[in-house]
Design a protein around this ligand. Structure first.
Ligand SMILES: C[S@@+](CC[C@H](N)C(=O)[O-])C[C@H]1O[C@@H](n2cnc3c(N)ncnc32)[C@H](O)[C@@H]1O
Length: 239
């Protein structure tokens, strides 16, 4: 992967992210619920921490990757801290009212995380585990740039339902449809290395972004983004 490619894909990644975190949290958190202190474990570049800030006075976004945190979106109520699910003590808070895992539990789930959560989440506190998968294969096929599926053991449905101290309150899985513009769809497609390569092969002359937007604007009658979403809300009970 070249440095030029890296910065191009990062630019497309930064240019558009669909508002899925907010859409999912709105399904499991009521409009009048409010939490004093929230924690987002595995916050990456901050989309999930900023989405949680809508419901909290103060949010801590925790991630082991310093480069993710350096690129994270700033927000007046969000503080970013480097660390993993096994080092919640680094944040310096003795307890949280809500903890979220957005696409991060697959990496963070461990016996040590369980002990750390039991320590910082008092009975009655809330944990939300959620994830999503944006479905772009049909769009790539429609553009004549379908690429073979990449094998992965990643599990979008990983959850805490096997931990007795986490009582399920709510949960579900749905397919969402969001309206997007041609430019938004083009940014989304070009932000991924495999799709970027396939689209550069498909549009070899000039700027692939401009060709792609042109193609999407003219040939796709209904521009909708589809995503499968997965979410579970838990209440901590005494162990
Ligand atoms: C798919 S990203 C999700 C980022 C963010 N939550 C979002 O929704 O945009 C997964 C994140 O989990 C983080 N991660 C990996 N191992 C972790 C661990 N043991 N504890 C906490 N986070 C971890 C990665 O650094 C990465 O930022």
């Amino acid at each position: 992967m070249t440095e030029r490619y890296d910065s191009t894909s990062a630019r497309h990644y930064a240019a558009f992210r669909p508002p899925l975190h907010r859409a999912i949290l709105d399904r499991v958190i009521g409009p009048h619920e409010f939490f004093p202190v929230g924690l987002d474990v595995g916050c990456g570049t901050g989309y999930s921490a900023v989405a949680l800030a809508k419901y909290c006075d103060r949010v801590f976004g925790l991630d082991p990757s310093q480069s993710m945190l350096e690129a994270a979106q700033r927000h007046p109520r969000v503080t970013y801290v480097q660390g993993s699910g096994c080092t919640l003590g680094r944040i310096g808070m003795s307890q949280f009212d809500i903890v979220t895992f957005a696409g991060s539990l697959f990496y963070a789930k461990a016996a040590r995380l369980r002990r750390e959560l039991a320590r910082v989440c008092p009975p009655g506190s809330t944990i939300v585990v959620y994830d999503f998968e944006i479905l772009l294969n049909d769009v790539m096929a429609e553009l004549g740039a379908a690429s073979p599926a990449v094998a992965s053991d990643y599990d979008h449905c990983v959850n805490l339902s096997d931990w007795a101290e986490c009582a399920v309150v709510d949960g579900g899985a749905e397919r969402l449809r969001l309206k997007v513009t041609g430019s938004e769809m083009a940014h989304l497609l070009l932000a991924d290395s495999f799709r970027y390569d396939a689209l550069v092969r498909r549009f070899p002359h000039g700027d692939p972004f401009a060709s792609l937007v042109d193609c999407l604007e003219h040939f796709r009658a209904n521009r909708h983004l589809e995503a499968d979403i997965y979410f579970t809300r838990y209440r901590m009970v005494g162990s």
